[in-house]
Design a protein around this ligand. Sequence first.
Ligand code: SAM
Length: 239
Amino acid sequence: MAEIRPIHESGFERQEGDFYPTPAWVTEGLLSNVALRGPVWEPCCGDGAIARVLQAAGHEVVATDLVDRGFGRGGVDFFEAPRMPEGCRALVTNPPYGDGGVRGRDGKASRQMLAFTEQAIRLAQRADGQLALLVRFQWIAGKRIASLLSEGAMRSVVVLTRRIQWFSHQGLTNTGQHHHAWIFFDFGAPPRPRPELIFAHGPGGQRGGMPDLGQEELPLRDAADVDTSSLRNSGNSGS
Ligand SMILES: C[S@@+](CC[C@H](N)C(=O)[O-])C[C@H]1O[C@@H](n2cnc3c(N)ncnc32)[C@H](O)[C@@H]1O
């Protein structure tokens, strides 16, 4: 029987472009604990795993990704975006952590996550908006990121007490070793001296959860009805 190892021990190849769809309960855990304003931008939407949950909860979503994965608009590099798409007031994503990323950047996962977070904070701040990023829980303890997070309008940390199972391999499942958390900022709300620590328990631990989303396609507010021209495209043309 094949050995199942945690993702970070790399028993399996990392997915190209750090593509790991987020299970629905993870986004539901965020939505149960924070109130999002306005249309939401999912800038690394992948196949829409987060966007669909946001839509099912009644949010308008603008979904983009560097790679066209058949959902939203491909060919949009988050690092090149000068601002949030027109009308968006919240940015929600599970970003590429950098240890398998499309660009590789400077090859250091922690630096890529830091750069991603800096850019996300900049864009959300510019829009007086909100920002929710799914990160490895232990990552927020790093010295540089801790100091960056202390400067921002971080409102809460929603800690997932259940570990995320990211993918299955030949019928076997993988449970990651890491715990994850949503870090949530609100640049439009009065500052709070310290972020709130919230625990979300996931399936089995939550009462009255969200409906099962299945694979149903929900209407997407996207390139057709939203002006995404402010987002510069990379060479990858996408849809
Ligand atoms: C960990 S996956 C998450 C996908 C989706 N957010 C979810 O949670 O299901 C990261 C995604 O980021 C995308 N990505 C990587 N680098 C990017 C960039 N510079 N700009 C936009 N998207 C990027 C990848 O193509 C991939 O789909």
